[in-house]
Design a protein around this ligand. Structure first.
Ligand code: ZN
Ligand code: ZN
Length: 387
């Protein structure tokens, strides 16, 4: 090879390395995480979690590392892979050993600071139906003849166990979950700590009610089998259902402690579902009245500005008419926007300092299947005499 040929060879290599480097950089730039904007509350982090997902190691259609990659892109903090124990239709192509999906996904999850939780779906006929066990140490002992032995084996490992999709039409053709004696038995044995109030696109009001009555943890999970964006298109403003966990940090221990203490809120479509004690501070921390004090003359309109820094459009409906003022009957506080809240005195003769505290219900902050969270907005108006 001549010196000229060597030089050309070196140049070609340099160009090739540059092309690889630049395309690599360009590719990395495509990875941008969509943060979920729902504020922390009560001194806890509000972790965004999905505790129910599948891979090719059961009846899912993705390789395990895709799950933590999707989770990172979609703003999650924690994820459980919960392949079916008893249903493995890809087993001719994918050698399924206990927890293999978790082991494969773990390095990808760690690199993205996603807490990956080892889980499994105990997949039995109704009753009791499908149950997820998470924080397992070993999935194998759950592969038993009877469902009781499987649940007991999960419980003996210190798992957190919850009832999946109680109203799934595959088991409840009318789409309404039914509470069976077997569920009472699970509860009495301390083998059931929570229920999916939301699974995929479905909300189960009966499950919501059971969680309130029996003090169980509310969960909302995707139960995703395909790539997540085949079901929920972020570009069109959609998101998977999530369990928001009020935890001290995103360690497994802290998440488990929070789940056992029932500190969760379910995020589904444009709704939050949970106890008032959690929904109220979420609302309060999302909202800011930018100009809470106005000076007005008589029946002049007052324009308060309300900023909502969360991802949720809060839909408010007036609870009780206010005697001396016109206030909006309904108002939507749009996500990441500031809207006007327009008020007007009914009387021209009004004067002095007035406190205006209208009460609304936030329709999409569900404290029960029927009720939205009651909130009170607070404004001050000083009325000066019209000249
Ligand atoms: Zn299931
Ligand atoms: Zn499932």
């Amino acid at each position: 090879m001549s010196a000229y040929q060597k030089r050309i060879g070196a140049k070609a290599w340099l160009i090739l390395v540059l092309v690889i480097f630049l395309t690599g950089v360009a590719y990395c730039q495509l990875d941008a995480r969509k943060e979920v904007k729902i504020p922390d509350i009560l001194g806890y982090h509000l972790l965004k979690c999905d505790f129910h997902t599948h891979t090719v190691f059961s009846d899912g259609n993705v390789w395990p590392i895709i799950r933590p990659e999707e989770a990172w892109l979609q703003g999650l903090d924690a994820l459980a892979i919960t392949d079916h124990i008893e249903y493995t239709p890809h087993k001719k192509d994918v050698v399924s050993t206990s927890s293999r999906s978790y082991e494969i996904a773990l390095p990808t999850a760690k690199a993205r600071n996603i807490t990956l939780i080892r889980g499994a779906e105990i997949t039995r006929d109704m009753p009791p139906g499908h149950l997820n066990a998470i924080f397992l140490k070993d999935v194998k002992p759950l592969d038993t003849e009877t469902w009781r032995d499987a649940v007991k084996a999960a419980h003996d490992q210190g798992a957190f166990i919850f009832w999946n999709h109680p109203g799934w039409k595959g088991q409840q053709p009318d789409g309404v979950g039914k509470w069976y004696d077997e569920h009472t038995e699970l509860l009495k044995n301390g083998w059931l700590q929570g229920i999916e109030v939301v699974n995929d696109r479905d909300y189960y009001p009966e499950a919501h009610r059971w969680c309130l009555e029996k003090n169980l943890t509310m969960l909302g999970d995707s139960d995703v089998h395909d790539p997540i964006d085949m079901s929920f298109d972020l570009a069109r403003g959609q998101h998977r259902p999530m369990t928001l966990v009020l935890a001290k940090d995103n360690s497994e221990e802290a998440i488990k402690e929070a789940l056992l203490a029932r500190r969760t809120v379910v995020y589904w479509t444009n709704c939050l579902i949970g106890k008032a004690e959690y929904l109220r501070p979420i609302f309060d921390n999302s909202i800011r009245i930018k100009n809470p004090d106005l000076t007005l003359k008589g029946t002049e309109r007052g324009y308060f500005q309300i900023r909502n820094s969360s991802d949720i459009d809060y839909e408010l409906v007036l609870d009780k008419q206010i005697e001396d003022f016109w206030v909006p009957e309904t108002i939507t506080l749009y996500a990441d926007r500031t809207v006007f809240f327009i008020v007007r005195s009914k009387s021209k003769e009004i004067s002095g300092e007035k406190k205006l505290e209208p009460s609304y219900k936030v329709k999409n902050l569900k404290i029960s299947p029927e009720d939205g969270l009651p909130v009170t907005l607070k404004f001050n108006i000083t009325f000066v005499k019209e000249k």
